[in-house]
Design a protein around this ligand. Structure first.
Ligand SMILES: *[C@@H]1O[C@H](CO)[C@@H](O)[C@H](O)[C@H]1NC(C)=O
Ligand SMILES: *[C@@H]1O[C@H](CO)[C@@H](O)[C@H](O)[C@H]1NC(C)=O
Ligand SMILES: *[C@@H]1O[C@H](CO)[C@@H](O)[C@H](O)[C@H]1NC(C)=O
Ligand SMILES: *[C@@H]1O[C@H](CO)[C@@H](O)[C@H](O)[C@H]1NC(C)=O
Length: 218
């Protein structure tokens, strides 16, 4: 009985030793959230292993990395990936692979690069005549895609819900503009990263009311 117990203990000990001296273990890591275009970012893959040495390799979207903007610095226990500068195409799924004599393990994390809104079509002042149809264009690009919104300033109301103005793709359309439409307007583009705004004014000129003049003369 004693012998059997000893044998079991030995087997368990060997098993524990075997599990301990196996694959490396990677500590969870991530890139900082929402990196702006043009900045620098890095992530560290730290691997614990009782077996040495550990060799590291990195992949982006499952493929080998071959970008001049990406550099990798390896040490005995960790590997640092540096992306400088980040661009929109830097976004993706990065995988760190840590390998020792027993095998390899990997850990993946995603990088999301964002870009502040920029005007594609910046709106400008308009002068129109009563009854005319006018379209005020306003559009911006960015990542994520910005949401474009118009406001009439003195009323401080979002015009997006108002059917009278029919905003389509950031353009504000007035069918038959009236004197009441005159005023200051603001177009804003917001993508959660930043917001850009442009104020413009609509000037509405009255028509020469020939019929009423004629009636008065009569
Ligand atoms: C990231 O890449 C790894 C390795 O190619 C893959 O196993 C994993 O499913 C990917 N994750 C996402 C979210 O695409
Ligand atoms: C304009 O309206 C928004 C909400 O629609 C409100 O948060 C803001 O304080 C208002 N601004 C002014 C100047 O009244
Ligand atoms: C709105 O924009 C989309 C994409 O740019 C375009 O396909 C669509 O035709 C536009 N709609 C109008 C009414 O201009
Ligand atoms: C647009 O109109 C505003 C208010 O009338 C004025 O201050 C501004 O100078 C105008 N901008 C241009 C580019 O004409």
């Amino acid at each position: 009985m004693e012998v059997l117990h000893l044998v079991w203990s030995c087997i368990i000990f060997v098993l524990v030793l075997a599990t301990d001296q196996s694959y490396p273990k990677i500590k969870e890591f991530s890139f900082p959230a929402h990196i702006p275009v043009g900045e620098k970012t890095s992530a560290m893959c730290f691997a614990i292993s009782s077996e040495s040495p550990v060799t590291f390799s990195w992949m982006k979207d499952g493929k080998e990395i071959s970008s001049p903007d990406i550099s990798i610095k390896n040490d005995k226990e960790f590997s640092v990936i540096i992306i400088n500068p980040v661009s929109l195409s830097s976004s993706g799924n990065f995988t760190c692979v840590a390998k020792n004599s027993h095998g390899a393990v990997s850990f993946s994390t995603s990088l999301l690069v964002v870009d502040a809104p920029k005007w594609v079509v910046e709106p400008s002042n308009v002068t129109a005549t009563v009854g005319e149809n006018i379209v005020l264009k306003c559009s911006a690009s960015g990542s994520p895609n910005p949401k474009v919104e118009w406001k009439k300033l003195e009323k401080n109301i979002s015009l997006m819900q108002n059917v009278r103005f029919k905003p389509v793709n950031g353009s504000l359309s007035f069918s038959a503009v009236s004197i009441d439409d005159e005023g200051e307007y603001e177009c804003s583009a917001n993508n959660g990263v930043d917001i850009i705004t442009k104020r413009i004014s609509i000037t509405v000129k009255g028509e020469i009311l020939e019929t009423s003049i004629n009636e008065n003369i009569r």
